[in-house]
Design a protein around this ligand. Structure first.
Ligand SMILES: *Cc1c(COP(=O)(O)O)cnc(C)c1O
Ligand SMILES: [Zn+2]
Length: 390
């Protein structure tokens, strides 16, 4: 509501608010939304949140939409922060928490990004939206576009989870299957968008999805009584949620809600597609593209992330790390979380538990620390990963 301008995450160039933008016009990097937090803080106080709507729109002042009529919501956000007592016991941890994003509309935290992106597209007059997606982003865009009465054009790799393909079609979207990876889908959209009049809502090529996802950071602080966890594990594809939460922490500090302490941010990837991990280990500032990404965790099958430099900067600044886990560990830990906590999680999310085991084993995470695993989506979208019931 109190947007002042959009700022390039790399070169700092300012871009005018109230206009459709993709990447920085100077250097082609992602844009981040800046707010007049002093004004926002007049009405948005920690106390004011009590009794507000139980969705991410409770943080209305630090979300980009100006016109209430443009807000397109299906009730996303304000998801439970679950104290994982039984899972914690098995790991000899007493303060393990799951942020259960599987409760979102369309079954993943992609809903957070898309409620913001579609609302802004509506406010700024875009009518045809296009996205490349390996799974959950497509369902979320299709649902919010349907709600808003906008067109959704979705390009998915042919090996995307079959449920996601069905789901998009039932939301009335135009779905095209591509023989390639998510970056190939992105390239096709890039080639066609001008001719077709599409607005590209690819993650971080569009400035508002990150704003929707940052609300996970606000919620964590609110649910932890205005403190942050010691360690936060995030399954990283494009990194939007990690970048968003870090931004939220800075905004909350500026609002005077939290101090300067931050969680150690752990970027988790799958062994078959771990560009951020490779760059982290090499001490590099940017990641190199993975040639043949392969993992059951479709949301982590992202060979190039345009926000790679921000992810790496955040992980290092927080004192965290990046690490990868195998598909076998991921599948085992889907069952472990299901059987201890009653949540059927997406494979991407189970990767966080596998990574936590490693970090506990090496001593980089203490068993008495406050640890949050981001449960980014529901396992119900991935029935193809399990063979017939036996
Ligand atoms: C998309 C997705 C991710 C990765 O999110 P990014 O913001 O791209 O890093 C993780 N888990 C699930 C379930 C996803 O759908
Ligand atoms: Zn720039």
């Amino acid at each position: 509501m109190y947007v002042t301008f959009l700022e390039c995450s790399r070169c700092g160039a300012r871009h005018e608010r109230g206009k459709l933008h993709n990447l920085c016009r100077e250097c082609g990097s992602p844009l981040l939304v800046r707010y007049d937090l002093e004004r926002a803080g007049d009405t948005l106080t920690r106390e004011s949140l009590c009794g507000r709507v139980a969705s991410l729109w409770r943080y209305r002042e630090v979300l980009p939409v100006t016109d209430d009529a443009a807000v397109t919501t299906l009730g996303e956000g304000w998801t439970p922060l679950v104290h994982a007592r039984r899972l914690g016991e098995r790991l000899d941890m007493s303060r393990l928490y799951l942020k259960d994003e599987s409760m979102n509309p369309t079954g993943s935290f992609k809903a957070r990004g898309m409620t913001a992106a579609v609302s802004m597209a509506r406010e700024l007059g875009a009518e045809r939206l296009a996205v490349p997606s390996a799974g959950n982003a497509s369902g979320a865009l299709a649902a919010y576009a349907a709600k808003a009465g906008l067109e959704a054009h979705i390009y998915m790799p042919r090996d995307a989870p079959p449920v996601s393909i069905v789901e998009c079609r039932q939301y009335g979207a135009d779905v095209v299957l591509v023989d390639g990876f998510i970056n190939d889908c992105g390239r096709i959209i890039g080639e066609k968008k001008e001719r077709e009049g599409w607005f590209d809502v690819s993650t971080l090529k569009e400035p508002y999805r990150v704003e929707g996802k940052k609300t996970m950071g606000y919620e964590l602080a609110e649910q932890m009584d205005w403190t942050l966890p010691d360690v936060l594990l995030y399954p990283t594809g494009g990194g939007t949620g990690l970048i968003g939460m870090w931004k939220a922490f800075d905004e909350m500090e500026e609002l005077g809600w939290i101090d300067s302490r931050r969680p150690r941010m752990i970027s988790v990837q799958a062994e078959g597609c771990a560009p951020i991990v490779a760059a982290f280990e090499a001490g590099a500032d940017a990641a190199e593209a993975v040639a043949r990404p392969a993992t059951v965790a479709a949301g982590l099958r992202v060979p190039v992330a345009i926000g790679d430099f921000m992810i790496l900067r955040i992980v290092r600044a927080s004192g965290g790390c990046a690490l990868s886990v195998s598909d076998a560990e991921i599948l085992e830990d889907v069952r472990e979380i299901g059987a201890t906590e009653g949540i059927f999680v997406a494979p991407e999310s189970a990767a966080c538990l596998a990574a936590l085991r490693r970090l506990l084993g090496s001593g980089s995470v203490g068993r008495d620390e406050r640890v949050v695993l981001m449960i980014t989506g529901s396992g119900l979208k991935y029935p193809h990963l399990w063979s017939e019931p036996s």
